[in-house]
Ligand binder design. Structure first.
Ligand code: RB5
Length: 147
């Protein structure tokens, strides 16, 4: 499995932590930055990560900013991205089961590292249920074409 990650300054430390956490599990990680805690603009990193996901250069993306809100808004502007903010594992589980989320968003200032680890694990280990949810995902894709 290959994961692409990115953050802003507010979640830089969480990004570094999650990167090492995933690498220690044997998961390949592409780090799209930033590479220091200097102040940056989160949409730039949302775009970098989401491009890798839609181009199938990674299986999933993980984005982090202070709250996760800005990254969620920015990521969902990219065609083909279903980014979901998850503050605890159950949200990540449902994001995969019902929403077939391909980008997980975490809040660097709203979650501890341990909770972030559990949330990431749940996201990566849970499959899309399909069925009635497939139709709803398709309706979202149609919005990308027609709005
Ligand atoms: C940065 O101060 C903060 O606004 C950002 O990390 C994020 O929380 C935006 O949604």
């Amino acid at each position: 499995m290959k994961i692409v990650i990115g953050s802003d300054h507010a979640a830089y430390k969480m990004k570094e932590h999650i990167k090492e956490y995933l690498k220690n599990k044997g998961i390949e990680v592409i780090d799209e930055g930033p590479y220091s805690e200097d102040r940056v603009d989160y949409p730039i990193y949302a775009k970098k990560v989401c491009e890798k996901v839609v181009n199938k250069e990674a299986d999933y993306g993980i984005l982090m900013c202070g709250t996760g809100l800005g990254m969620s808004i920015a990521a969902n502007k990219v065609k083909g991205i279903r980014a979901t903010l998850a503050y605890y594992p159950k949200m990540a589980e449902l994001a995969r089961q019902h929403n077939n989320a391909n980008v997980l968003v975490l809040g660097g200032r709203t979650m501890g590292f341990e909770l972030a680890e559990w949330t990431v694990d749940t996201f990566l280990e849970t499959s899309f249920e399909g069925g009635r949810h497939e139709k709803r995902i398709n309706l979202i894709s149609e919005m990308e074409e027609n709005l």
